[in-house]
Design a protein around this ligand. Structure first.
Ligand code: GTR
Length: 418
């Protein structure tokens, strides 16, 4: 039986790492820390108004994250092309219009390209808002063939034209019926088409397209895989802006786990996303890095060295020296809508650290006269808090559930007024 490899491997490796003896899983053992001030310029001057924030502080934080964390990404390529490969007018039992669109990053025939699966509510009278998500499988199958190295399987299967075998395999994680019923569309892209997710996967993805002559590795401040996935989401947005059935002013970018990190970083850079949703993005995403609880910078850098840029490696075990922390990253979404969500059974992602990232970013929303999360008290289970910055923690494991989507759709309706 062919099954998405990621779904089989990820829970096992998370469990293995969680058993490391030096990982803190006890709130009483978390050492004290001090966060860098989000509303103070590097010069020490305050950034206490929206103008100073937007004109001076925001670019400072963005450039810190570009150089020290995810790495700089290139601008949109001049030769970006799209092909709408199919339009089915009556998909999902008549509830949806289904489009498959291929985005070509380069004119080179062997260059990577990505397929977007787009569902729009049938019978819509005007352009609809869309939730865009990077996905772990989508319409691509990554086989689980024992004896064949993962890297080979991945390359073999992703190089094929989308076989659509896994379409519909993760219906609980993608609540398409609820999304359509809310009057929104859903667009997904398989992240492995942008760059396969393993050490050495880079050479099969988009990053080499932008190398200078003779370059074989990104420079220490150039993009890692997370930035590459996020860049793919921005290129998907380029297409959505051109699709007349889509209301591109109302596009929410969603991501779970490592793809939650990618969604935050793409949403931080690209203000066309009107909402950013981080589902259990954890360390290197919404969670405060200085809070030594669950996953740490050194775990990311040793287990997933391809995710972040070269400069980020210097912060392993030295979180206190970071000139940034996740509240600063999340503040880059202001004054747009931001949703951060956690799961009680996902302590590796540090739910409280995720909450504190959102809570400590919230003063930036207030500069724009918009309410942020409104509390510094971590809420109990199933009690979403906040206005333009919202947070919840639910029961259950590291996953995306119906409950999560119900909250995201309520948030989108409040943000978009439709
Ligand atoms: C884990 C990783 C986390 C999270 C997760 C995922 O192994 O430690 O940072 O991103 O993977 O993406 O499932």
């Amino acid at each position: 039986m062919r099954r998405p490899t990621f779904l089989l491997l990820a829970p096992l490796c998370v469990a293995a790492v969680a058993q490391q003896t030096d990982v803190i899983n006890d709130e009483a053992k978390v050492p004290r820390y001090t966060l860098p001030a989000v509303l103070t310029l590097r010069s020490g001057q305050p950034a206490h108004d929206a103008k100073t924030w937007t004109g001076r502080r925001r670019p400072e934080i963005l450039s810190i994250y570009e150089s020290e964390v995810y790495g700089k990404s290139p601008a949109k390529p001049a030769k970006l092309n799209y092909e709408v490969r199919s339009v089915e007018k009556s998909a999902l039992g008549g509830k949806a219009v289904r489009k498959i669109v291929t985005v070509f990053f380069s004119e080179r025939p062997d260059a990577p390209k990505m397929d977007m699966l787009l569902y729009l509510p049938a019978g819509a009278k005007k352009p609809v808002p869309v939730i865009l998500g990077l996905s772990f499988a989508g319409i691509h199958t990554v086989a689980n063939d024992p004896g064949v190295p993962l890297a080979e399987q991945w390359v073999r299967d992703v190089k094929q034209p989308a076989p659509e075998k896994t379409r519909g395999a993760s219906t609980t994680q993608w609540q398409v019926d609820k999304i359509l019923a809310a009057g929104y569309g859903l667009a997904t892209i398989y992240y492995g088409q942008i760059e396969p997710d393993f050490v050495g996967g880079m050479k099969h993805g988009i990053r080499p397209l932008f190398f200078k002559p003779g370059q074989t590795e990104p420079a220490p401040d150039e993009w890692g895989a997370i930035a590459a996935w996020g860049w793919g989401a921005m290129r998907a947005m380029d297409y959505l802006e051109k699709d007349k059935d889509v209301d591109a002013r109302h596009v929410a970018l969603f991501g779970h786990s490592r793809l939650g990190k990618a969604a935050i970083w793409a949403g931080a850079q690209d203000t066309r996303f009107s909402i950013v949703i981080s589902n259990e993005s954890g360390e290197g995403g919404a969670a405060i890095s200085r809070r030594d609880y669950g996953e740490r910078t050194k775990d990311l850098n040793t287990r997933f060295p391809h995710w972040f840029d070269g400069n980020f490696k210097r912060y392993s075990g030295r979180e206190d020296e970071m000139p940034f922390d996740s509240h600063m990253l999340l503040s880059l979404i202001a004054p747009r809508g931001l949703y951060v969500a956690s799961a009680e059974g996902d302590q590796w992602s540090d739910p409280k650290g995720e909450f504190l990232g959102a809570a400590n970013a919230s003063p930036v929303w207030e500069l724009f006269g918009r309410k942020g999360i409104g509390t510094m008290e971590m809420p109990g289970l199933h009690q979403p808090v906040g206005d333009n910055v919202r947070y919840h923690i639910r029961a259950g494991k590291h996953d995306v559930t119906e409950y999560d989507w119900e909250q995201y759709l309520k948030f989108a309706a409040a943000q978009w007024g439709r």
